[in-house]
Design a protein around this ligand. Structure first.
Ligand code: SF4
Length: 365
């Protein structure tokens, strides 16, 4: 790995380098990564490669270094079986992950978010800082130490497309040493051309979820004020092309806001755009956030919208987000402990990291 690790400030790479300096072979590095990402005690047992004595002696230090990346500060179990985890990062910033029912895990890719969706608590405070690839991986490791995780969705705090290099690096590791099926990793975005094009040629091509929310360009600009300036139809076509390329359905996310985007006209247009395409629609009734002047439509309206799309041959569901009673549902996550000075703008970087170097994979060489 020496010479390939230009990603300064990444604790994970420094830790693997420490192991290597203590005699770890690539097989040991892989075992370390696999066990850490699996939420298990760190392993060095590799058939045919007994670890050097000094490597075994260094295991405690390696473990302590990895624990520095992030720790669970508090756990908030919900009545519906989901659990919100508040995770403290090394600099005191906090992100939230949500363990969902049936083996799902929602992780955060940024502290805060610059898109500023007007119905979302995360977007309210702007972007504080990027989350590094190893901080994303730590969220998975910490969750797997508590529960079985078979599916990771990048749908917590942040817009993954605004932290692309770190997200791509994390996806690469999750698809390899994390042993996740590529389609069990879900990249959720408001839609950005460069990000979708990067995913097309990436080693791990995840499933895609597009937060569309409306078919009207004027309304989308209002609801998602700092999303890329693409027309809804244009961004949908980009996402559908990607889904065709990976032969896996696009998930169209639609937060339902009463009297805003739950009308017949929008529904008709959405049906026209998606009929016969490789996509499914998730209607998500808006989750209440204190001080926000929105309401969710009646359940019957959501069901009628689903029924309409299904009658046109489009897979559609009415989702209830998990962990609503512990503020862990979509749009409710927020930076609950933020000693850092707020910085806005999609490009705010993490102190001490060099994301340009993430072309170097974590995979032990
Ligand atoms: S909904 Fe997603 S993209 Fe929009 S502000 Fe919230 S976290 Fe950011």
């Amino acid at each position: 790995m020496r010479g390939r690790c230009r990603y300064r400030g990444a604790v994970l790479l420094e830790t693997l380098e420490l192991a290597r300096e203590n005699g770890a072979k690539p097989e040991h590095l892989r075992a370390l990564l696999e066990s850490w990402l699996g939420g298990e005690p760190l392993r060095l047992d590799v058939r045919g490669f007994p670890p050097a004595r000094r490597l075994v002696a260094a295991l405690g230090t390696i473990e302590a270094q990895l624990a520095r990346i992030g720790r669970v500060r508090s756990e908030h179990p919900s009545s519906d079986g989901a659990t919100r985890l508040l995770i403290e990062l090394a600099d005191g910033a906090a992100v939230e992950s949500v363990l969902l029912a049936r083996g799902g895990l929602c992780i955060s890719t940024q502290v805060g978010c610059a898109v500023g969706c007007v119905f979302c608590k995360t977007g309210e405070g702007g972007l504080v800082r990027q989350v590094t690839a190893d901080e994303m991986l730590a969220q998975v490791a910490l969750a797997r130490a508590r529960a079985q995780v078979r599916r990771v969705v990048l749908m917590g705090m942040g817009e993954p497309a605004h932290n692309l290099e770190h997200v791509l690096a994390a996806l690469r590791v999750l698809g390899a040493e994390g042993r996740f099926a590529h389609k069990h990793l879900v990249f959720s975005t408001v839609g950005e051309r460069a990000a979708i094009e990067a995913l097309r040629v990436h080693a791990v091509r995840p499933a895609l979820a597009l937060s569309l929310h409306t078919t009207r360009a004027d309304l989308r600009r209002e609801l998602l004020p700092r999303a890329p300036k693409l027309e809804p139809r244009e961004v949908l076509e980009l996402a559908l092309d990607y889904s065709d390329a990976i032969t896996w359905p696009l998930q169209v996310q639609w937060t339902l806001l009463e009297g805003v985007n739950d009308g017949d006209e929008e529904l008709q247009t959405l049906g026209d755009w998606l009929a016969g395409r490789r996509a499914m629609v998730n209607f998500i009734p808006w989750n209440r956030v204190e001080g926000f002047a929105f309401a969710r439509p009646a359940e019957e309206r959501g069901k009628a919208m689903v029924a309409h799309l299904r009658s046109r041959g489009i897979i559609a569901t009415l989702r209830t987000s998990g962990a609503q009673d512990v503020e862990g549902a979509c749009g409710q996550l927020r930076a609950r402990s933020l000693p850092l000075r707020r910085r806005t703008g999609a490009r705010a970087a993490t102190e001490g990291s060099d994301s340009s170097a993430l072309s170097a994979p974590f995979t032990p060489q």
